[in-house]
Design a protein around this ligand. Structure first.
Ligand SMILES: C[S@@+](CC[C@H](N)C(=O)[O-])C[C@H]1O[C@@H](n2cnc3c(N)ncnc32)[C@H](O)[C@@H]1O
Length: 215
């Protein structure tokens, strides 16, 4: 990994942290209260690629939860690309905690089709956070609608779904599709610090939106 790529990735992740706080503000008390009652909080990262955001997500949930020594934040990531999953495993699988912080982290990644999670009973249900970074609705609307549907099904009653998008139009289409499938949009935010990429109109975590399940 070149120094420039590394520096850009770190900056992107710092901005993602900010955006997660921004998009949950106003809704975070409900989430905090519920997480504080549990010993284990669970995150599902769908189509996670090499899941470079794994630590950002576990930190984010741990902060909301108010970590105690015995608390666990567990992240499960899934992607169809075996190579990216191998990279994620290499980077995070051994990490059980963070220096100087209470609580444990657990990371688990596997290669699989996120549109067919029903075949993975070991995953269980009732995730506190389901996350999709740079969802790819444009690249196969049918598959992505199936993935959104699975994402909503995996959410706990009071869990939250967060997506990020590269493009304006793709974000809009995803918002519409997720609401059609039973998601209630809580908030969507444009990232003012988004890093522009080479393709016109494409930038990193350009939009971030949060949903819950419609009652
Ligand atoms: C735009 S990339 C985003 C990757 C990563 N989340 C990121 O932000 O860097 C879309 C990802 O969706 C994954 N993907 C596409 N269809 C999938 C499926 N049916 N099940 C799981 N992953 C899928 C691809 O392999 C790819 O990693």
């Amino acid at each position: 990994m070149s120094d420039r790529f590394k520096a850009e990735t770190e900056e992107d992740l710092r901005r993602l942290r900010k955006m997660l706080r921004k998009v949950t503000s106003g809704d975070d008390e409900t989430v905090r209260r519920r997480l504080a009652q549990k010993d284990e909080a669970r995150i599902l990262d769908l189509a996670c690629g090499d899941c470079r955001e794994a630590e950002v997500l576990t930190d984010f949930i741990a902060d909301l939860k108010g970590e105690r020594d015995e608390s666990v934040v567990k992240l499960t990531g899934i992607d169809v690309r075996a190579r990216e999953i191998a990279d994620a495993n290499l980077r995070f699988s051994g990490k059980k905690g963070l220096p100087g912080k209470p609580g444990r982290r657990e990371f688990d990644f596997f290669t699989g089709d996120a549109s067919k999670l029903d075949g993975h009973e070991e995953l269980g249900e009732e995730f506190d956070l389901v996350f999709m970074r740079h969802q790819n609705y444009w690249n196969g609307a049918k598959t992505w609608e199936e993935i959104y549907d699975q994402a909503l099904n995996k959410l706990d009653d009071e869990g939250r779904l967060i997506i990020t998008s590269y493009f304006d139009k793709e974000h809009q289409l995803a918002l519409e599709a997720i609401q059609r499938l039973g998601g209630e949009l809580i908030k969507t935010e444009f990232n003012p610090e988004t890093r522009e990429l080479q393709t016109e109109g494409k930038s990193v975590d350009r939009h971030v939106a949060i949903f819950k399940r419609k009652k």
